[in-house]
Write a protein that binds this ligand. Sequence first.
Ligand code: SF4
Length: 161
Amino acid sequence: MPAKILVSACLLGQQVRYDGGGKLCEDPRFARWQAEGRFVSVCPEVAGGLPTPRPPAQIRGDKVVTEQGEDFTEAFDRGAEIALQAARTHGVALAILKQSSPSCGSLFVYDGTFSGAKRQGEGKTAALLRKHGFKVFGEDQLEEAERELARLEQERTDSDR
Ligand code: SF4
């Protein structure tokens, strides 16, 4: 069975983003991995109980807040736990999550000022997955993700011999 990948639902075009849209990743590797049945999709924010559409939220300190100051931290943390559970249940090899999201960002997140500025950092789900040993890549790192997938599958083949 091919190694599984936990993926942000919006990257598969599912309309789960805060603005009610999706963010389909059109890279051919994505279509291939989908055809191979590798994807386990999750939208941590929806899984955590937030509606779609919802107000945009950003990380400020250890909280996730809207521009009006509404505290969404609990839902984001719940969503991260559900994503971790899905990763474990399906035994995923790695995760590919939407870059810059306060849940899914793995290299960058918005800086909490709602000015459009980003900073280095990770979203709640990406951080929790990494804390539990899962490798997390953004949709802007598919080459690295593909390499890691090949490495893991080779490792698996070698240990089966
Ligand atoms: Fe996409 Fe993640 Fe945001 Fe859900 S929480 S819309 S999967 S970036």
